[in-house]
Design a protein around this ligand. Sequence first.
Ligand SMILES: [Zn+2]
Ligand SMILES: [Zn+2]
Length: 125
Amino acid sequence: MECFSHQDRAAAGLCKACYKAVCRSCAIELPNGLACTDACAQEVAEVNQIIERSKKIYGIGRHKSRLPSSGVLLWTVFAVVMWGLFLVPYFVADKLLYENLAMAILFSLAAGLAYYSARRTGVQC
Ligand SMILES: [Zn+2]
Ligand SMILES: [Zn+2]
């Protein structure tokens, strides 16, 4: 394989952002790979930040999660979605969707229960 910008030079690796082949003179060395341009280096840095952040959120690797347990989070997300599905038709079309309201209350209760049981036992599930 040859360098994307220098046809006479052999590629030393691939840019981590756009996967173009780069030679030794045009590659930008990053802590965990190569980039072909400053823009790509920036993008790789941003992606790394996102990966690091999600590692923290999900408690993967050396980072310990400080957020409530995943069960609480899951129920909260469900509850918020269901409240949205109830409130949006209500405000937009003046329609009361009782099944959505029931689901929203149910999910909220489940989230609350999961939260309190997680706090009481101190178990992170
Ligand atoms: Zn690139
Ligand atoms: Zn090159």
